[in-house]
Structures are given as C-alpha cells and as structure tokens.
Design a protein around this ligand. Sequence first.
Ligand code: URA
Length: 233
Amino acid sequence: MRINQYIASAGVCSRRKADELIEEKRVKVNGEVLTSPGYHVEDGDVVEVDGVNVEPASKKVYYLLNKPTGYVTSTADKEGRPLVTELVPDSVRVFPVGRLDLNTSGLLILTNDGDLSNKLMHPSHGFNKRYLVRAQGIIGRREAEWLEKGVNIGDFVTSPAEVHLLKHDRNSTVCEIIIHEGKNRQVRRMFKAIGHPVLELSRTGLGDLTIGKLATGQCRKLSPAEVEYLKRV
Ligand code: URA
C-alpha cells in the first residue's frame, strides 16, 4: 500500500494531507525520514508521523458533526485553537472530510476512511452543498440571479447555483444557496463578488445528508444507509 494511503487508512489525515506531511519531513519509515512520496509500505515496516507510530485502523467510523464557529477544521493547529476532532467522542482517530472556515458552522463529515474521504473531496463527486447565509444589505432577485448564473471570484467563474431568498431586515438578507463545487471560501467569495459580504454562514446539507436537529457542537454516527449512500454517489 502506498505510504499516503497507509497514513490515511490509519485515520491520521486524508491522502492529500499525508503527502504534505511527507514533504514536511514529518514521516519516518523504520526510523529514517521518508523522502520518497511514492514509497510502498511493506509488511513489518514501522511508520511514524511526528514521532508517533501509526497503524491502519481496521474499524471504519463515520460521524456527522454540527461544527460550531471558532473551531478549526483540522487535526492539529499551530495556534492551539479548538479542533473539530475534539468534538468526536471516539478513541479511534478521525479526520475532517473537506473544510469549513473557522467562522463557518454546520455539517461536517469526519471519518478514518481515507478512500471515502478521497472520493468525497474529488471535484467530480457531484454532491450538492447547501448553505444558509446571512449577507450584508438587501439582496434582490436580480442579484440572486447573478449568483445563480455564476460569478467571477478571482481565479474562477462559479458554475450554476440555486439561490432562495428567505427574508431580510433593514441591513441584511438571509438566503439559502446550493452549489456543486468546493473552492476555498467559495460562498464568501461569491457574495463578496456581488457586493454583499457574508455575515454568517452555515452548511445545512451535503447531498441527501442534512444537519437536521443536531445541536451545534454535537455529532452523531452516520447510519449504515448514509454511509452506503456516500460510497455509492
Ligand atoms: N464556503 C465558504 O466561503 N466557507 C466555507 O466554510 C464553506 C463554503
């Protein structure tokens, strides 16, 4: 098994992140710092990440978390801020699939299944992502249509989206937006591009999965049917 897959299946992080760890010289095999990202782990090899032995976990676990704002979507943080992984009550190590910004709340999947994580993060997976947004100012149908048709967010023109205007007060608008991509800070950049910066952002759905009544900071295990659904799509 390739080293990045081995590390991911141990529940340390995603394969992509494992490649970064290797590049940062944080991975050792049999006591030697690994220099080849293509290394294949052999029976009997001892693999360490940051000095800690890692072994693939046989039991796969899948959680859905309602992430609070102020938590970092990562398994470690140099600034010592709270981590989403601290909200999962399992002795098995898990890592987040994809990313929500520090100030975004809502639905986040955590697992130790590197293959599923890889699949979900691939741009072709086609899941829609549903967000509840409170944005500055009053957004009308015309501006909502700009978001729906696609806006230039700097390095990228977004593909068609769906926007439902829900309510507004004198200073802000609440709406739901459904997108199919996952560029870095995409929703915030889309609303900024139409002149209505995001004030609050929460992910409420991922494909057929919804946050439902799960309280902020709480997580639950995905049902076998939900796991099957994610693997199938
Ligand atoms: N889009 C954003 O701007 N931020 C997130 O956290 C998720 C999607």
